[in-house]
Design a protein around this ligand. Structure first.
Ligand SMILES: Nc1ncnc2c1ncn2[C@@H]1O[C@H](COP(=O)(O)OP(=O)(O)OP(=O)(O)O)[C@@H](O)[C@H]1O
Length: 371
């Protein structure tokens, strides 16, 4: 799939702009703080109904505007798909094919993007929260059911935490409604973890050979889902539910002592193993970078397989950061098949053939000129 046309109104530093893209490579050049990332972000938001760099939607609205609007035409195998997202102080409204969507979780996934930005390097070395967010966003793109399950889980977690907080410090607390919440919590938590396990397995299958290639046949990458509950990936749903319930019983007094739910997908993590050691702890910066790149390339392949179309690739400020070998590996993988957006302050350090083939956009203070 590719995005043909994008129109921004009242979005970040854009008052109003309309852009037509190449289905292949599009390069956005400009000095710092001119609005290059804002365009990448807008494409991402159009796909995910959420920014990759803030959870506060109000930041997306231009300072002087009442609302921000992103609309774009996506070309898919079966034809054109117009998407529209309006962000106001009251919330977000989405349209597919000019028709209002009542639920955002039904909207997400119409258009698939893979974003690779400098902060993605933190997926390996940053906090577990970043890795969980990575997982949730990626699974959500290919599985709307996952987004429903995740929001059901978050709701029940909040309710359960509320009871724990209200009764914090009590020992041997007995309450029927808490037991009912716990049962609902277990079933919602296991649904989320089950899907994460399945996704990780698929991602690992794609990422391992890609990583082997980028590391010049030197490194074997393994990605593991680290469940705080101690689940095994081979367990079925019933085994997981029994196990989680018994763990929660064991931890009951501790949970009331702390006033929060201590076990579940909100505490889980991912682990990246290269040649039997943990890259997060022992990996060099180059190895962490290669791992992050392998993950992104694996995501492209995974989306192709699951959705049946290539996602759109957004490379924000990272292409010139990669050495020649990694850059050419990336460009060979996507060549001619994946619509790609690149932002950069200078074309120095970017492969000449890529520049020759690309449509160039010059960005200056919220206005864009194309060549
Ligand atoms: N809500 C907003 N309303 C108006 N302007 C905004 C808003 N949010 C951010 N900006 C402006 O957008 C500009 C930053 O744009 P952007 O993040 O796209 O930079 P960039 O061109 O990618 O630069 P860099 O190369 O440094 O990453 C800044 O000038 C900032 O003040």
């Amino acid at each position: 799939m590719y995005i043909d046309r994008l129109k921004l109104a009242g979005y970040r530093n854009y008052e109003s702009v309309e852009l037509n893209f190449s289905p292949n490579i599009n390069i956005f050049i400009g000095e710092n703080a001119q609005g290059k990332t804002n365009v990448m972000e807008a494409i991402y938001v159009l796909a995910m109904a959420k920014s990759h760099r803030t959870s506060n939607d109000k930041e997306l609205i231009r300072w002087s505007a009442e609302y921000g609007k992103i609309d774009g035409d996506i070309q898919k195998k079966y034809g054109k798909l117009p998407l529209e997202l309006t962000i106001s102080k009251k919330g977000k409204k989405a349209k597919v094919n000019h028709l209002d969507q009542s639920r955002l979780s039904d909207y997400i996934g119409q258009m698939n993007v893979v974003m690779f930005a400098p902060e993605d390097l933190n997926v390996v070395k940053g906090s577990p929260q970043l890795r969980r967010r990575f997982l949730d966003m990626e699974i959500g793109q290919i599985s709307p059911v996952y987004l429903h399950d995740l929001s059901a889980f978050q709701k029940i977690l909040k309710q359960r935490n509320h009871i724990l907080k209200r009764n914090q410090g009590k020992r041997d607390f007995e309450d029927l409604s808490f037991d009912i919440y716990t049962e609902q919590y277990v079933s919602a938590a296991v649904k989320v973890i089950r899907k994460r396990f399945d996704f990780m397995k698929l991602l690992q299958e794609w990422a391992a050979p890609i990583h082997f290639g980028i590391s010049r046949q030197q490194e074997h990458l393994k990605i593991q889902y680290k469940s705080i509950s101690g689940f095994e990936s081979t367990w079925d749903t019933a085994q997981m539910e029994d196990f989680l319930l018994s763990k929660l019983k064991e931890q009951r007094n501790k949970e009331f002592e702390r006033g929060v739910t201590l076990i579940g997908p909100h505490r889980d993590d991912l682990q990246f193993i290269v040649n039997d050691y943990d890259v997060q702890i022992y990996g060099s910066q180059g190895q962490q970078r290669t791992t992050a790149l392998s993950l992104k390339l694996a995501e492209i392949e995974l989306i192709k397989q699951e959705v049946g179309e290539s996602p759109i690739l957004l490379l924000d400020d990272v292409l010139s950061e990669l050495d020649d070998y990694r850059q050419s590996h990336l460009l060979n993988t996507i060549h001619g098949d994946v619509q790609t957006f690149v932002t950069t302050t200078s074309v120095d350090g970017i492969d000449h053939n890529t520049i020759r083939e690309a449509k160039m956009f010059h960005v200056k203070q919220g206005s864009v000129d194309s060549e």
